[in-house]
Ligand binder design. Structure first.
Ligand code: GDP
Length: 445
């Protein structure tokens, strides 16, 4: 996802970082490029204008001009402003009320409401140990009710049955009553969507909202809808007091504009993003991490978090600590990481979150056949002794030949792996010294 925007902005970032001096001209040039990149990514025009104005104001400010490396400082400004426009800091789901905490799901048909109900139910159950009830108020499509029942089963949530002969408000009130009597913590209310916004549908959901008084009213929007996503968001925001947004299908070839526009247009924070059709594909939304991702600097914190939940907790913590303390990350760790990546569903699902350089390196290994390439890399590392893995710099010609023979590959492949590993180690070190800021400056320059 976000490939084009990332590529273009990564290019700007790279150019800028090399600038020893900032002038009005090269700042203007940079702003033009950022502006083009945003417009091409379908970011709404008012948002682009606002963003450019903010970056310009900061860029011409003293802190940037007077800093030791103005180009790098300017990259920091761009990242900061991208973060701000997406809401600044993370916004968690609000469940602080007398149970059940009622969450109303609104959005167009096909936006991913029902899928998101399932994902959210699973998230609440597994991450927050909540007892969850789900109900469908879509009385127009019996298939929608059946779909929700299936999803509830997969998520391990309770399902409150409804029928198309009932009224949405009656269904929802009965579900609230059931949840109260059975001491359930959260009620997720799925609603009918239409292909386009129509008045009757808006009226119906307004009445539903007034009757059930949800603590959260989430707007579900398809990130691939581009500019339409913004228009729909505006319409829903006028009809309902939205408390949050879930941006779905960020895995697809979405150009990413919605991620940058929706907050600005609705004032409601993006709380989650959805990726893929599986119920595990829901991520908390962190504006700062998304900004890094958009700038091609990867999302190492999310990666570590993913590792922590999907895999063996202890080794993920070890890695996080190692990164933090700046202890050497050696091939023994790398070997372990590869094994864990396999457990987490393969490389491809992680590519998005890696800094652009890692991802490219992984892609280059054998033109896209990454999983297979990873297997070869693993083979090479397995042929090394633990001592060699801990001291890759001591692997000279004769050791390389032995390792290559052991793994059944050419010596060049061993060389390539060692080179790539060295690059990665350098980046890891930078990351551990100064957090994201340093990493960002160290890369690509
Ligand atoms: P609803 O009409 O709003 O309830 O939408 P659904 O939940 O039925 O989703 C519509 C389609 O989008 C289904 O085929 C889902 O599997 C798919 N879908 C939902 N969320 C995602 C997502 O985050 N990524 C991808 N790739 N597909 C999704």
């Amino acid at each position: 996802m976000l490939d084009n925007l990332t590529n273009r902005l990564a290019h700007v970032v790279k150019t800028l970082r090399g600038q020893a001096r900032l002038t009005e001209e090269n700042i203007a040039e940079m702003l033009r490029e950022v502006r083009m990149a945003l417009l091409e990514a379908d970011v709404a025009l008012p948002v682009v204008k606002d963003l450019i104005a903010r970056i310009k104001e900061k860029a011409l400010g003293q802190e940037v001009i007077a800093s030791l490396s103005p180009g790098q400082a300017l990259v920091g400004v761009v990242q900061q402003q991208l973060t701000e426009i997406m809401g600044g800091s993370q916004s968690a789901l609000n469940l602080a009320t007398q149970p059940p905490a009622v969450i109303l799901m609104a959005g167009l048909q096909g936006a991913g409401k029902t899928t998101t109900v399932g994902k959210l139910a699973k998230y609440l159950k597994e991450k927050q140990r909540k007892k969850v009830l789900v109900v469908s108020c879509d009385v127009y499509r019996p298939a929608a009710i059946a779909q929700l029942q299936t999803v509830a089963g997969q998520a391990g949530a309770e399902f409150f049955p409804s029928e198309i002969s009932q009224k949405p408000v009656d269904i929802a009130l009965a579900a609230i009553d059931f949840a109260k009597r059975h001491y359930l913590d959260v009620l997720l209310v799925d609603t009918a969507g239409r292909l386009t916004i129509d008045e009757q549908m808006m009226l119906e959901i307004q009445q539903l909202h007034a009757a059930i008084k949800p603590i959260e009213t989430l707007f579900i929007v398809d990130a691939m809808a581009g500019q339409d996503a913004v228009n729909t968001a505006r319409a829903f925001n006028e009809a309902l007091p939205l408390t949050g947004v879930v941006l779905t299908k960020l895995d697809g070839d979405s150009r990413g504009g919605a991620a940058l526009s929706v907050r600005h247009v609705t004032g409601a924070p993006i709380k989650f993003t959805g990726v893929g059709e599986k119920l595990s594909g829901l991520d908390e939304f962190h504006p700062d991490r998304m900004a890094s991702r958009i700038l091609g600097m990867g999302d190492i914190l999310s990666l570590v978090e993913e590792a922590r939940s999907a895999v063996d907790e202890k080794s993920a913590m070890d890695l996080a600590n190692k990164l933090k303390k700046g202890k050497g990350f050696d091939l023994n760790d790398f070997k372990e990481q590869i094994g864990q990546m396999r457990k987490m569903g393969g490389l491809s699902s992680l590519m998005d979150k890696m800094p652009a350089q890692f991802a490219q390196a992984a892609q280059q290994m054998q033109g896209g056949a990454q999983e297979k390439a990873m297997g070869r890399v693993e083979g090479i590392i397995n042929s090394m002794t633990p001592f060699e893995r801990a001291h890759p710099d001591l692997i000279k010609a004769s050791r390389k030949r032995r390792i290559a023979t052991g793994a059944g590959v050419q010596v060049q492949e061993v060389n390539r792996l060692l080179n790539q590993f060295e690059q990665m180690q350098k980046m890891m070190k930078q990351f551990s010294k100064g957090g994201m800021g340093k990493l960002m400056r160290g890369m690509g320059g």
